[in-house]
Design a binder for this molecule. Structure first.
Ligand code: ZN
Length: 83
């Protein structure tokens, strides 16, 4: 099993932080006070894409001829513009 580190600050002293709605283990980093799910991609400040959703996004990105990061960027922009 590979070591889990905080994707925000690289800290490795993580606390378990409940489960996501999809049943994935969440962690909280005491160093930067941020929560995350290992393997997920950052979407916004406190919002993470679940690995299951990531799979769907990857095929959507392929269909739209975008890279995954371009697609995520557009999703964030779209979310900002609707708020
Ligand atoms: Zn951290």
């Amino acid at each position: 099993m590979s070591k889990i580190i905080c994707p925000h600050c690289g800290g490795d002293r993580l606390h378990k932080h409940g489960k996501s709605p999809h049943g994935e283990q969440r962690y909280r980093c005491p160093k930067c006070q941020k929560a995350f799910i290992p393997g997920a991609v950052v979407k916004g400040n406190n919002c993470w894409i679940e690995p299951g959703v990531l799979k769907q996004l990857k095929s959507l990105a392929t269909a739209k001829n975008l890279t995954l990061s371009e697609l995520i960027k557009r999703l964030i922009e779209w979310e900002k513009s609707t708020n």
